[in-house]
Design a protein. Structure first.
Length: 746
């Protein structure tokens, strides 16, 4: 390097020029835009492993199937076909090695021998959930439309077909449903870095175990693509199967998820009772057009887009994740631009400018952005997930689609509907790829219209806008430009999630758990995106038949299932007023009785759980330790990890006293992380040692409680990681006991 640096530098520059010269180039007069396109190609290329997988260099390792959408589209639509082929091939090879199409694989698997499976072994191979198998199909459809090269599809056919047919479907009231995969970028970007502190409440996030409109949109697009691919591959006998499966899922989507009043799709369904999560969610509500579930010309596509923009549009041109969250994942601006450009929306130009402006100074997008656009990492913000080829590739594709409106078919045909960036009167796109051919697009502003010329600069015969272009031929046309709105729309106000009563309801159960309701019982999924005011309005509209409102224990914790601090919601003045009125009218309100106030003793070093294997003196009623500290938890989970140090290989004890007005037959519901012992009245009644994750009510025991005072002690051991417990008491019917008070022993 020291002795030959000039030559190395020259060779490097030459290599990059040779690599990039045949690719797409944009000349707009805006250096930031033109350089951004060039830089994004480099960003994708430098993060592609020699074997083909693409992975961020910063804070990540491995190749993800879904995350490959960005680099694949970026490669295909900038003309880097060989890089796209290597990416698709590596994922097939990795899947063959494992006999399973996973959502991610290491970058450095030994694929030198080009591992593959026989058709019979592919037919018996496994696949990951939901979006993964659908995107395997769609990625190959994108390849074929961009390149026209069937050889890759021929080689991969049995791999692609297996992913299409081997999908988990769940029977819903109106047809098949799918869940989330669980690793969606918007789940990670939203929950890991934002929930619960930055998301706050209300947040309108979606519980991860819900039924996913996103997965279902992708399923339909993939199966409709399979019909086309099967015909192209002369496998006509396969078409009917995929036509039928796509039609069944499409019907299910329209019956389960279309919201007639809102004129948009619900992004998810409750796993508790199949009620729609109505609040729009940008990455999902912008999916139907982007993934090809709906044509841009479909009125329902435009209605869904307008219904989404009503709550999620953020001037001057960005998109919220939810009606309450201005943080956004890095590819959300690209999804927005792709949607608006597809329908030629008046807000398209503003969104395009905001997309360019949301890129970092180094010309890329990250996993999650603050509302004012800078990147933000997970946790304390240092885990940045920068230089992301997934988000950056999606946004590069959106930029090119906005500028050209190019839609390709089988590498031979293309339609063009260009848009001009704001303050740009002339645009040139060189080396616009179509199969083995290349086109030059020149666009000139002419008042409210754009005149464009497409020239075939290759030696291939190509079809553009239905016209055949021999080498050197040109095609000229004019297209109307959308007129930007004169002013921003008035704010729609605060989003409200409508909750509706069923007929003949006698009992309302607010819960986070799936359950089969008894006759006259209505379940309200606490994970639906309602605010305290929404709940108050719902309670005010209660039918006269309602006799009881119960809060299930699963609804109390603040976690990714509930997405709200329900106990604080119940203390909201408007909710409290309605519950008090309900009681005055003779109704019962039942809230699970979690013990939250304890005296804490510890931590005490306990590497092998010795302290919990014997009965220490602190379990007796007359023990007076000098190190008891009173602690009252804000939630039903007593988070010892947050209040005690050290917090690895230790034990701690929590003590309270139950005061009974009369003898009771009482049930204790205990959960803990890690090992736990429960003593009631000095008697060991529960013991679960070892390494365990917390689960509410995992251990249950019924105890005869005498009249008067009874000490209760929980001993909890910690190995590492999370550390805490929960303890609930109930009568034999699972209801909150009456006539018992609690006092902490500190």
């Amino acid at each position: 390097v020291i002795s030959h640096h000039d030559r190395l530098l020259a060779d490097t520059v030459t290599w990059w020029k040779e690599k990039l010269t045949p690719t797409v180039h944009v000349t707009s007069g805006d250096r930031r835009l033109d350089d951004l396109v060039e830089g994004l190609k480099v960003l994708l290329l430098v993060q592609q492993d020699a074997q083909g997988g693409v992975c961020p260099m910063v804070n990540f390792k491995g190749v993800w199937l879904r995350d490959s959408n960005g680099p694949l589209l970026g490669f295909l639509h900038s003309g880097l076909y060989e890089n796209a082929r290597r990416l698709l091939t590596y994922y097939r090879q990795a899947s063959a090695l494992h006999g399973f199409t996973g959502r991610e694989f290491p970058l450095d698997l030994d694929v030198e021998s080009d591992p593959d499976l026989t058709p019979e072994k592919w037919a018996a191979s496994g696949t990951d959930r939901c979006e993964v198998p659908s995107f395997v199909v769609l990625q190959h459809a994108w390849w074929l439309d961009a390149t026209g090269d069937k050889t890759l599809l021929e080689r991969h056919w049995h791999y692609v077909r297996r992913n299409a047919i081997h999908q988990v479907l769940i029977d819903g009231p109106h047809g098949p449903l799918q869940t989330f995969n669980g690793d969606e970028t918007y789940m990670g970007g939203a929950y890991y870095s934002l929930f619960p502190t930055r998301s706050g409440y209300p947040n309108a996030l979606i519980r991860p175990d819900a039924y996913s409109a996103d997965s279902m949109f992708e399923y339909v697009a993939a199966h409709e693509a399979m019909v086309r691919l099967a015909r192209i591959m002369e496998r006509e006998e396969e078409c009917t199967r995929f036509e039928n499966s796509a039609a069944r899922m499409r019907q299910s989507i329209e019956r389960h998820l279309w919201l007639p009043e809102e004129q948009r799709y619900a992004p998810a369904l409750s796993p508790v009772n199949f009620e729609p999560h109505r609040a729009p969610f940008a990455p999902i509500n912008l999916r139907p057009i982007w993934v090809g579930y709906l044509s841009p010309d479909d009125q329902k596509a435009r209605s869904n887009l307008e219904g989404t923009l009503r709550w999620l549009w953020r001037p001057p041109g960005l998109v919220r994740m939810t009606p309450f969250m201005d943080h956004f994942i890095g590819c959300a601006p690209g999804y927005l631009v792709s949607n608006l450009a597809a329908v030629r929306h008046p807000k398209a130009a503003a969104a395009f400018s905001a997309l360019i402006g949301s890129a970092s100074a180094s010309g890329e997008w990250v996993e999650v952005h603050k509302p004012d656009r800078p990147s933000y990492g997970y946790g304390d913000g240092r885990y940045a997930n920068r230089l992301r080829p997934w988000e950056s590739g999606i946004n590069l594709d959106a930029i090119l689609f906005y500028l050209t409106g190019a839609r390709r078919s089988e590498g031979r045909r293309m339609t063009i509907r260009p848009l001009l960036p704001p303050n740009c009167d002339r645009l040139v796109v060189d080396n616009l790829p179509l199969g083995r051919g290349r086109l030059k697009l020149t666009v000139t502003r002419d008042g409210p219209r754009a005149r464009y010329t497409v020239t075939n600069t290759s030696q291939e015969r190509l079809t553009v806008d239905g016209k055949t272009l021999d080498p050197g031929d040109s095609h000229q046309a004019t297209v109307s430009l959308p007129v930007p709105p004169g002013s921003e729309d008035a704010s729609p106000g605060t989003y409200r999630e409508p909750l509706r009563w069923g007929e003949g309801v006698r009992r309302l159960s607010i819960t986070a758990q799936r359950q089969t309701p008894a006759d006259g019982v209505q379940l309200l999924d606490v994970g639906l995106p309602f605010s305290a005011k929404d709940l108050a309005v719902f309670l005010a509209q209660r039918p006269a038949t309602v006799e009881q409102i119960e809060i299930h224990s699963s609804a109390q914790p603040l976690n990714r299932t509930t997405l709200k601090p329900l106990m604080q919601v119940l203390d909201h003045p408007e909710v409290k007023k309605e519950l008090e009125q309900f009681r005055k009218d003779g109704g019962r309100v039942l809230v699970p009785r979690f013990l939250r106030a304890f005296g804490l003793h510890g931590p005490v070093s306990d590497p092998d759980q010795t302290l919990l294997k014997k009965d220490p003196p602190i379990i007796t009623a007359d023990y007076n330790a000098t190190q008891w500290v009173r602690h009252e938890s804000p939630s039903s989970y007593i988070n010892l990890d947050a209040v005690l140090r050290p917090n690895d290989h230790v034990a701690a004890f929590a003590r309270c006293v139950l005061v009974a007005q009369r003898p009771h037959r009482l049930t204790f519901h205990l959960g803990a992380d890690d090992g736990v012992v429960l003593w009631v009245g000095g008697r060991r009644v529960v013991e679960r040692l070892g390494h365990h994750h917390h689960q509410f009510g995992r251990d249950r025991v019924t105890v005869e409680l005498p009249q008067g005072e009874t000490p209760v002690v929980v001993g909890v051991h910690e190995i590492n990681g999370a550390w805490g417990f929960s303890l609930r008491i109930s009568d034999e019917d699972g209801l909150p006991p009456e006539g018992i008070t609690v006092k902490p022993s500190a």
